[in-house]
Design a protein around this ligand. Structure first.
Ligand code: SF4
Ligand code: SF4
Length: 116
């Protein structure tokens, strides 16, 4: 299946391996676009940590939203343990990705339509 514009944005984010067993970044209320929620089977937040977090780690890792991919891959969101890619995204690169991501999200969420 052809990748969506949001999935193509994922390709701009450098990947790395986290500290073994660490899920600290998943203790947050994360943001996601409708298509990301759909790929992950929905996000039903009832507590503090992400509902996709299991004892074995992220249960939707392959489909995790863009914000999860940015943790520690951007110099704007450094890992407290010093993990991350060799060359993280600069602030300017991160902002450009986020700007485009938000634009795409707004399109999907229907903001700005019908004069709203
Ligand atoms: S980026 Fe760092 S703090 Fe976040 S899950 Fe990975 S190792 Fe843990
Ligand atoms: S979707 Fe996965 S990687 Fe993202 S916060 Fe939830 S458990 Fe962590």
């Amino acid at each position: 299946m052809e990748k969506t514009p949001i999935q193509k944005l994922y390709e701009k984010i450098p990947s790395f391996r986290c500290k073994e067993g660490c899920t600290r970044c998943c203790d947050n209320w994360i943001q996601f676009a409708p298509e990301e929620a759909a790929r992950c089977g929905g996000f039903d937040f009832s507590g503090e940590a992400c509902p996709k977090l299991t004892d074995g780690g992220c249960s939707v890792y392959e489909h995790r939203p863009l914000i999860c991919r940015l943790f520690a891959s951007s110099e704007m969101m450094p890992c407290p343990y010093g993990y991350g890619p060799e060359i993280p995204l600069s602030e300017a690169e991160t902002k450009a990705i986020l700007q485009e991501y938000l634009r795409l999200r707004k399109e999907q969420e229907g903001y700005g339509k019908d004069g709203q």
